[in-house]
Design a protein around this ligand. Structure first.
Ligand SMILES: Nc1nc2c(c(=O)[nH]1)N[C@H]1C(S)=C(S)[C@@H](COP(=O)(O)O)O[C@H]1N2
Ligand SMILES: [Mo]
Length: 419
């Protein structure tokens, strides 16, 4: 039994577990969380704008890059958070388990932070594979709400740990003359409440167990050195990023092993997110009597596909940039939305609400701010990469606009209303 405890202590005392490692990892993790939070808010508000919100329409790849960063930084959180937990988890077994109010706050906020962030990144990751069915709650609302729990508990955690963070922030303060990480000063130990005092002895059986653990022999030689630890974390981080980021960043496409979609695979070489069959529109979307209705107040017009094709046609290069992280540039051709809006004399500051033939899906309607509706690059697309739009890409006609998320690029259009 003493041997077993000795083994536990040995592994808990790895030199990579020290306040400096915790601070360095914390900084990286903090940066990754901040980046995912900010890009996440952008994605949230462009899909659910508050009244009066306006958005940039250039660069056309703004959403593509922002969401690519969101997913990539989110994936990077996995190795970072595991490393951070590895570096600090012996703290779970501190003796005694609570030393005061500050310590209670610290432990509660870290418990909440760890739990919320693991759920956040795991469901986010599953969502990129479209495995929404795996959890019994709506993804979008949960992901959004949890983000605030994560950021809030992180803020408390940082506030409580600030003295330690400051003490170990700079390398030259963190290491002593021999290059070793300086031991945590007694007054910075978890739970400042006990500073300068002996911790209260824990009572009863738990107290005896803790005393026994404390009395176990100390390890003589470290296990895993600090350098090796950071090299391993760096390699794991680089690997998960390199093996998935290709879905968002073309330069890494060849390495895109794990990400769910491959560039260039699909009709007209563009991946499909939801097929016509999955959306239940195959029959209505291929009906010969299809028309697009465009309305502004009392004025309305209908267009057959041939009539749309007879309007002035424009070619634009715009990406499909899915919230799930994959994206791809494509060439689209069709009439401008603003020409259709003008034909029914829609006011210049009108929003455009596009409705799909698809029924009962949140993707079936997309509301567009005037800056997108009036943009010369916003088309009712009839062709993709030089071919008639495939049924799975939204035939007979779909919306395509710059700097917007894929979910708002509505396929199988039925109506466009100026609102
Ligand atoms: N009507 C409708 N439009 C839709 C969708 C949908 O499910 N239904 N999916 C959206 C999503 S999530 C994306 S990423 C893009 C993908 O376009 P693509 O399938 O042509 O690549 O279409 C969008 N348009
Ligand atoms: Mo999407």
């Amino acid at each position: 039994m003493q041997r077993l405890l000795w083994g536990i202590r040995q592994s808990l005392r790895a030199p990579s577990r020290n306040p400096r490692s915790a601070v360095v990892l914390g900084r990286l993790l903090g940066a990754a969380f901040l980046i995912t939070f900010v890009t996440g808010l952008f994605s949230h508000f462009i899909q659910n704008p508050l009244p009066g919100m306006r958005f940039l329409t250039r660069p056309v790849w703004l959403y593509q890059v922002s969401q690519g960063i969101h997913i990539t930084a989110g994936i990077l959180c996995f190795p970072l958070i595991l490393a951070k937990l590895y570096a600090v988890y012996p703290r779970l077994f501190q003796t005694p388990p609570l030393t005061g109010f500050r310590n209670l706050l610290e432990r509660a906020s870290i418990a909440l932070f760890v739990a919320a962030s693991l759920v956040e990144i795991t469901t986010g990751m599953l969502n990129t594979y479209q495995w929404y069915q795996l959890f019994p709650f709506p993804f979008r609302q949960t992901h959004y709400a949890l983000a605030f729990v994560v950021v809030g508990s992180l803020a408390i955690h940082i506030a409580v740990k600030l003295p330690i963070i400051a003490r170990y922030w700079r390398r030259r303060d963190a290491l002593d003359a021999s290059g070793e990480v300086a031991p945590l000063p007694v007054d910075l130990e978890d739970g400042d409440d006990t500073a300068g005092r002996r911790p209260l002895p824990a009572a009863g059986i738990t107290g005896r167990i803790f005393a026994w653990v404390d009395g176990a022999p100390q390890p003589e030689r470290p296990h895993l050195a600090r350098r090796g630890f950071f090299a391993a974390v760096g390699a794991a981080g680089a690997a998960v990023v390199a093996l998935t980021a290709g879905q968002s960043f073309r330069a890494l496409d060849a390495l895109n092993v794990f990400a769910p979609r491959k560039a260039g695979v699909g009709p007209a070489t563009l991946p499909v997110n939801r097929t016509a069959a999955q959306a239940g529109v195959s029959r209505v979307a291929s009906a010969p009597d299809w028309v697009l209705t465009v309305r502004a107040g009392q004025r309305s017009r209908t267009y057959t596909r041939a009539e749309l094709a007879a309007l002035p046609q424009h070619d634009v290069d715009l990406p499909i940039a899915c919230v799930e992280g994959w994206s791809q540039m494509a060439r689209w051709r069709g009439p401008r939305l603003r020409d259709l809006m003008d034909a029914v004399q829609a006011p210049a500051d009108a929003f455009a609400t596009a409705t799909s033939l698809q029924k009962g899906s949140i993707y079936a309607v997309s509301r567009m701010e005037p800056e997108f509706a009036r943009d010369p690059l916003t088309l009712v697309a009839l062709e993709l990469n030089g071919e008639t739009l495939d049924l799975d890409h939204g035939y007979p006609a779909r919306l395509i606009a710059p700097a917007r998320p894929g979910v708002l690029q509505t396929k199988w259009l039925s109506r466009i209303e100026a609102t």
